[in-house]
Design a protein around this ligand. Structure first.
Ligand code: 1HN
Length: 352
């Protein structure tokens, strides 16, 4: 059998001088551009990532099951990775970003560490947990958007009586791509608190800044929590106005000291679609992860259509046309690699 194949290969190479040439130069680690040029330089993005939906009720069951199998301390972080079906085995939800669902049970701590990967949390379920970033704790409330910028120490704990679940978003595939990953453990499981809760928001997040504080355009914000209550206030207020035909009422989270994204690698957004509102089709080059925080909507991504409701999570790959039809007033959180694409001149959108 082995011989038969070899003979067939040999004769096809003999009768095919190009293939014979490809085979010979392959031994010198060379390969012809003309065979791959079209795929290397596509007319438009052709992401291997797929549109995918994770229903929260099912996710929650599965992550609670993990809660009976391993402790947060044993796991370091008890997380179920949301893996894009088109990127299996890569711990990636888009080509550049990672997402996972994290559970912390009452009394548990997730020990302090830091890494060059930047992280965001979107709190989904339960009360009584905190995240500490660089010596300040913040109580995690549903819908809060919390960041742990690159190389900041962070740990989590649950002082309450309920399981607490949140969505993690990190730039893991990006940092892996650049071979720029560093990490270290903290000196103790829980950081010493060096500032009162709310200190960062008072100093940097209340339309004022410390008098001598200036930041460069790529520096992450010192505001590490964007409370959902404030987001909802803004959305309620602006919803009295006319929605954008493609986006509804959409705001981007910013570093208030610079106007740039809170962290240089990951952008985050909040969006309100009024009941009955149907968006026009839209696409952009930033593959985006969405969480439905309130309401329900029909979501069409290319040929895929879902009915999404509270806490469902879905991903829209680069350049796939996206359309919403809100059944009720719907609030969406989303995150993407848009700030990276924009700073490299690679971000495009099309309003169809
Ligand atoms: C991490 O530090 C956290 O701090 C969550 O909660 C998920 C995934 C990969 C690498 C580090 C966290 C992570 C992570």
């Amino acid at each position: 059998m082995h011989n038969t194949i070899k003979t067939a290969e040999a004769s096809s190479a003999a009768g095919n001088p190009r293939q014979d040439y490809y085979d010979r130069i392959a031994q010198d680690h060379m390969t012809p551009l003309w065979e791959v040029l079209g795929a290397l330089v596509p007319k438009s993005p052709n992401s291997p990532a797929q549109a995918a939906l994770w229903r929260y009720a099912h996710l929650r069951d599965k992550v609670m099951e993990a809660g009976r199998l391993i402790t947060a301390e044993q796991a370091e972080r008890r997380v179920l990775i949301l893996e894009n079906p088109g990127l299996a085995g890569q711990s990636a939800i888009t080509q550049s970003l990672y997402a996972g669902l994290q559970l912390i049970l009452p009394g548990e701590v997730a020990p302090a560490h830091r890494h060059t990967q930047s992280a965001l949390r979107l709190v989904m379920d339960g009360e009584g947990a905190y995240t500490a970033v660089d010596g300040e704790r913040t109580t995690m409330r549903r819908g809060d958007f919390i960041i742990t910028p690159s190389w900041t120490f962070h740990d989590h704990g649950n002082l309450g009586e309920q399981p607490v679940v949140w969505l993690d978003g990190l730039d893991i595939p990006t940092v892996r791509f650049f071979d720029a990953g560093f990490a270290e453990h903290g000196q103790s499981a829980s950081q010493d608190t060096v500032r009162a809760e709310g200190d960062a928001l008072a100093r940097y997040g209340n339309n004022m800044l410390p008098v001598d504080f200036y930041q460069g355009p790529a520096e992450p914000t010192r505001v590490f929590v964007y409370p959902f209550a404030r987001t909802m206030e803004s959305l309620a207020m602006i919803s009295a106005g006319k929605p954008d035909p493609h986006l509804g009422h959409k705001l981007r989270y910013v570093n208030p000291a610079t106007g740039a994204s809170p962290m240089p690698t990951i952008g985050a957004f909040t969006q309100r679609l009024p009941a009955g509102f149907e968006t026009r089709p839209y696409r952009s080059t930033d593959g985006t992860v969405y969480v439905c925080l309130e309401g329900e909507a029909t979501v069409a991504v290319g040929d895929t259509e879902w009915h999404v409701q509270r806490d469902d999570i879905f991903v829209v790959p680069s350049w796939q046309p996206l359309k919403f039809l809100a059944k009720r007033d719907t609030t969406l959180f989303s995150f993407s690699d848009r700030p990276m694409l924009q700073s490299l001149g690679l971000w495009r959108e099309a309003r169809l």
